[in-house]
Design a protein around this ligand. Sequence first.
Ligand code: NDP
Length: 247
Amino acid sequence: MNLKGQVAVVTGGSRGIGRAICLRLASMGAFVYINYVSRSTAAEEVQKEITDAGGKAAVIGFDVADSTGVQEAFKSVVKEAGTIDILVNNAGITRDGLMARMKESDWDDVLNTNLKGAFLCSKIASRTMMKKKTGRIVNISSVTGYSGNAGQVNYAAAKAGLVGFTKSMAQEYASRNVTVNCVAPGFIETEMTDLLDTSTQEQIKSEIPLAVFGQGEDVAGAVAYLVSEDGRYVTGQTLHVNGGMYM
Ligand code: NDP
């Protein structure tokens, strides 16, 4: 699973699952662009971790939901690194609340970041991949996109939307040897799940056959497989990484 000479962009790579993906792809030899939107220092820490370990990485701040910012960022990556081989659409947010009380802005924010963001980044990155006739795109969906979850109509819609987006894009780009897949994590220990109170966390654990929350590295391993040579014949699929909580 060697990615030497390849250039990867990981959106939301500064924390949690995205951070683990950046570290993993860099350890496989890729030059990794670590994206963040608000916390540049977190992204710089990931960059330092990578370079201290002998890897190569750069930090790039942009909002995945901002079309102009995305265009400029990807143009600068291609100008600087010469190419983009791997895109991981990982940036995501939650704005939970029951449907009856959910604000329209909570719907828009989640759909814009989690779904439109993947569209904007994939659209521009795939131009370079099409020209090269090779590329890998991985979209980070969620178990919630499959099972649904009370209090997350916005998030579930965005994550289910990513699955349809992935299958359609995979069909459009297969002839150019660009694969597009999803990884759907279950409950992974990050700042996103730290927001849950202890009793909710224990309740969720009791519903997971493997009885523990996953780690960012578990998701990173699935991404590593999909972007590597081993994953070359896999496209339009979702790899579930959820301890068995949804089968
Ligand atoms: P975190 O909240 O820990 O990190 C989110 C990351 O996304 C940060 O790097 C943040 O950057 C970045 N980000 C947020 N909004 C934007 C934006 N508009 N543009 C660019 N970057 C942005 O999340 P997790 O690591 O927990 O989740 C990562 C992905 O995995 C998400 O898509 C999430 O939905 C999905 N997922 C997570 C699960 C879990 O249990 N944790 C389960 C299933 C799916 P900054 O720090 O600068 O704000």
